[in-house]
Write a protein that binds this ligand. Structure first.
Ligand code: AMP
Length: 508
């Protein structure tokens, strides 16, 4: 078990100095080089007289300097705020105003001239000089215990983003769980490094890789956006562990070459962030019949993921919707009814997470912190806003966002359940259910946004055939009254289907 993330990194880096830690589309950095870079940057940070424990903002994409910066911050007792360089200006300004970093490390050009910035911005060239200096780090004072490790700003589409404060020990317990027997990840493996560092899912590849002497195969944003480049690059990466959203794997499966024959080393798939549908898991199982597929669940506020389960062929064959797992050690999951009382197994309500993964709160936002974080049976707890059911044996089933529950003609309907039913049709590749509101703000009817399998029919004929195919697959009161067809769905910056945006569009 790891005791301190920085000390563990140093030990692993020293023992595996020549092993590649980071491979950025062929640009290799060994563990030895990464440690030297992090130490030199940390020694320089120490000379800047920054306020103790103040956060450092790190701005960039998937460059190895991002990792050197994260480690340098942790080594000097600072937390880091990772911000993607494709972030919108209002988001960056809001992060600056709320996060109050003491310094900005700009691995990509920082748009200072379009923002109100009151702290030093260290540009790529200066960073390169500091790293090239290879200064040794003489005084060690790394983050530990409840010191913050990172502050991650949520990607909410409304209001200002909230900065989730994740401590060293929050992160440590997550890493220990990931590297333990529940997942049994291969040793010295190649991990796909695709989720942006501003999305907490990135911690599911970054830290398990670094804390096990493995290699991150990082894919920059521009390559992810370019299918041709992405599909050419993937089979050459010799991947062992996939970490990503189900939407991302759906995209990869557009390439016929994404299969076990072409990528025989790819044995582990770790999903989090949105529903892993039966359809996606079945397709993936067909492509990689021998791989281990894990569904994990958790919000940023509880440090990446707090439950997980292997989706075996038996579970796949017997589930309408896939479970999201058993609680990780140190976590207690419970379900609240509408009166905020704990329910008995099998009853649906709001998922409550209590224990050692629950973050400290929202940075500089006591009001929002008090609304979502509380104490349950003496443990730090968080209200997820997710609907769920716990089985007798502690298996959690996610039932969608509470704010995606609607009332239609008196029936309570979960949009994700409609979507899951729609996707049972053999004529539908992917679907999203969208409520159409009337002038009084009540749901008038449901719209199915569908990516169809076949596009040769007229839309009318297609809709008729799809309705026919759904007859025994969907409860009549959940059947959408309108079908609209799309070639693809919009994605959020975190690689999830942008459902809120789609709801807004159909209601404009
Ligand atoms: P984020 O904080 O961006 O990671 O988003 C967390 C939210 O994503 C959760 O509160 C859930 O609504 C959703 N989510 C995460 N994992 C899953 C999963 N395995 N299945 C369904 N929804 C998920």
């Amino acid at each position: 078990m790891i005791k301190n993330i920085v000390t563990a990194f140093d030990q692993i880096a020293t023992a595996n100095a020549d092993q590649v830690a980071y491979d950025e589309m062929g640009k290799h950095t060994t563990y030895g080089q990464l440690k030297t870079a992090a130490d030199s940057l940390a020694a320089w940070l120490d000379q800047q007289s920054l306020p103790e424990h103040s956060p450092v903002l790190v701005f960039g994409d998937h460059q190895v300097e991002m990792i050197a910066s994260f480690m340098a911050a942790l080594k000097t007792g600072h937390s880091y705020i990772p911000v993607s360089s494709d972030s919108a200006l209002p988001r960056i300004q809001s992060i600056l105003d709320t996060g109050k970093p003491s310094l900005i490390l700009a691995i990509d050009p920082f748009p200072s001239d379009q923002l109100t910035v009151t702290v030093p911005v260290i540009a790529k060239e200066q960073l390169a000089t500091v790293i090239a200096d290879a200064q040794p780090l003489t005084s060690e004072h790394p983050v530990s215990g409840n010191d913050l490790a990172y502050v991650l700003f949520t990607s909410g589409t409304t209001g200002s983003p909230k900065g989730v404060e994740v401590s060293h020990d929050n992160l440590l317990t997550f890493i220990d769980w990931m590297l333990g027997a529940d997942f049994n990840l291969p040793q010295r493996a190649n991990y796909l490094g695709q989720p942006p560092y501003s999305f907490d899912l990135s911690n599911m590849f970054l830290y398990p890789a670094l804390m096990s002497g493995s290699t991150v195969k990082a894919i920059p944003h521009a390559v992810v956006e370019n299918f041709g480049q992405l599909f050419t690059a993937l089979p050459k990466l010799d991947l062992n562990v996939f970490v990503g959203t189900p939407s991302f794997v759906d995209m990869l499966m557009l390439s016929p070459a994404f299969n076990e024959q072409q990528m025989p080393g790819l044995t582990h798939f770790l999903f989090c962030g949105e529903e892993l549908t039966v359809k996606t898991a079945k397709n993936l199982h067909q492509r990689f019949p021998h791989a281990h597929i894990f569904n994990t669940y958790g919000p940023t506020e509880a440090t990446v993921a707090v439950s997980g389960v292997e989706i075996t062929p038996e579970i796949l064959a017997n589930s309408d919707r896939l479970p999201v797992g058993y609680a990780k050690p140190g976590i207690e999951l419970s379900i609240w009814n509408g009166d905020q009382q704990l329910t008995t197994p099998g009853q649906q309500g709001e998922i409550i997470i209590a224990g050692d993964s629950v973050a400290q709160g929202y940075m500089n936002n006591p009001q929002k912190t008090a609304q979502a974080f509380f104490t349950l049976n003496g443990q730090h707890a968080y209200r997820t806003g997710d609907a769920g059911i716990l089985d007798e044996d502690g298996l959690l089933h996610h039932k969608g966002r509470m704010d995606f529950q609607i009332k239609l003609h008196g029936f309570r309907i979960e949009l994700d359940e409609v979507r899951a039913s729609l996707e049972k049709s053999p004529l539908i590749k992917q679907a999203v259910a969208l409520p159409k509101y009337n002038r009084d703000g009540k749901v008038a009817h449901l719209i199915a946004a569908v990516i169809p399998k076949e596009t040769t029919d007229s839309e009318n004929d297609r809709t008729q055939k799809i309705r026919e195919s759904l007859k025994d697959l969907i409860m009549p009161y959940m059947m959408p009254t309108q079908f609209v067809y799309r070639e693809s769905f919009p994605m959020s910056a975190n690689g999830k289907i942008a459902v809120k945006q789609m709801i807004k569009e159909v209601n404009q």
